[in-house]
Design a binder for this molecule. Structure first.
Ligand SMILES: [Zn+2]
Length: 307
């Protein structure tokens, strides 16, 4: 396979991965591009395969249209996330009333509902039909996408688009970035959050780095350089970039280490879910990570270049 980021065809074997989180049976191979460092699943699953993988993917997401946690007290929410490491678009996206915003892959719709309640003209796109139906019947403007790589909106429609843990699921990240450029207004902004393949925790946890690997759902593993390269190729300029390790991600990796036979970790209760233990993990992480540049979740802000 040719690397979609740099078109180089020299790849080296990285690892075989299994699904430790949702219990799918199988093994998937990941290769690294020798030239740019992008890690990708090889071979790339076809749409039919992906349909099978996703058939039970998000049935656990429950939509609660009452305003989610943290909507009422944004300052407290931000302070908590500073400690927990959670990456919440409401903390850093300055969308004001009347702005046109797209939540791509809105999942449980918590952020979408909050922005909507604040007068932001927000739309959503999602692959799971029952989530789209639930939101539509509550008067939210959301659209179903059959193929996550196609964006069902008009040219130059949005001021801001954000994707939280979605980009790494896309089969064609290059084509999708081109689509993002198309639907954004001049100087429009994109916020992308995804696992960071340069994270120090990838080296520490190895095959137990399930927050990142998540085979076979995560098709690509980016880092600052590869993501910026894709963005620049498609007419964007990265304007800021940072990394955080959410305590929930770290805890998931810790569970993968503690329970090596478990392959449904997303639903595995454990003593490390206890509040006190979580709090200790948060504090330890925040102190340790003062010394670390490459943490688990990479967030990049891009601006569409004026032509
Ligand atoms: Zn490459």
């Amino acid at each position: 396979m040719t690397c979609p980021v740099c078109n180089d065809s020299a790849e080296i074997f990285d690892s075989m991965q299994t699904d430790r989180r949702r219990g799918l049976q199988g093994k998937w191979k990941y290769n690294t591009c020798k030239n740019c460092g992008l890690i990708f699943i090889s071979p790339l699953p076809c749409l039919d395969d992906l349909g099978g993988y996703y058939s039970n993917y998000s049935k656990s997401s429950i939509i609660n249209f009452s305003l989610g946690r943290g909507a009422r007290f944004p300052i407290l929410r931000k302070a908590f996330h500073f400690i927990s490491g959670d990456v919440d678009p409401r903390d850093f996206i300055g969308a004001t009333k009347g702005m046109r915003v797209l939540d791509y892959g809105f999942g449980g719709a918590g952020y979408l509902c909050d922005f909507h309640a604040r007068g932001v003209r927000i739309s959503g796109a999602e692959i799971a039909g029952y989530l789209v139906d639930a939101c539509n019947s509550s008067g939210l403007d959301v659209h179903r996408v059959d193929d996550l790589d196609r964006i069902p909106f008009e040219d130059s429609e949005f001021d801001i688009v954000y994707l939280m843990q979605v980009f790494e699921h896309l089969r064609d990240p290059i084509g999708f970035m081109r689509e993002l450029n198309r639907i954004l207004k001049p100087a429009g902004k994109v916020y992308i959050a995804l696992p960071n393949n340069k994270s120090v925790w990838r080296k520490v946890f190895g095959k137990n780095w399930v927050s990142g690997w998540f085979a076979p759902f995560h098709l690509y593993q980016f880092d600052r350089e590869t993501l910026a390269r894709v963005a620049r190729q498609q007419g964007f300029e990265p304007t800021s970039c940072w990394t955080r390790t959410p305590e929930s991600w770290f805890r998931l990796n810790l569970k993968a280490f503690i329970y090596p036979e478990e392959n449904r970790l997303d639903w595995r209760p454990s003593w490390i879910d206890m509040r006190l233990v979580r709090f200790m993990i948060m504090l330890t992480l925040r102190i340790f990570e003062l010394l670390v540049r490459e943490r688990d979740c990479l967030v990049m802000k891009l601006e569409k270049k004026r032509r």
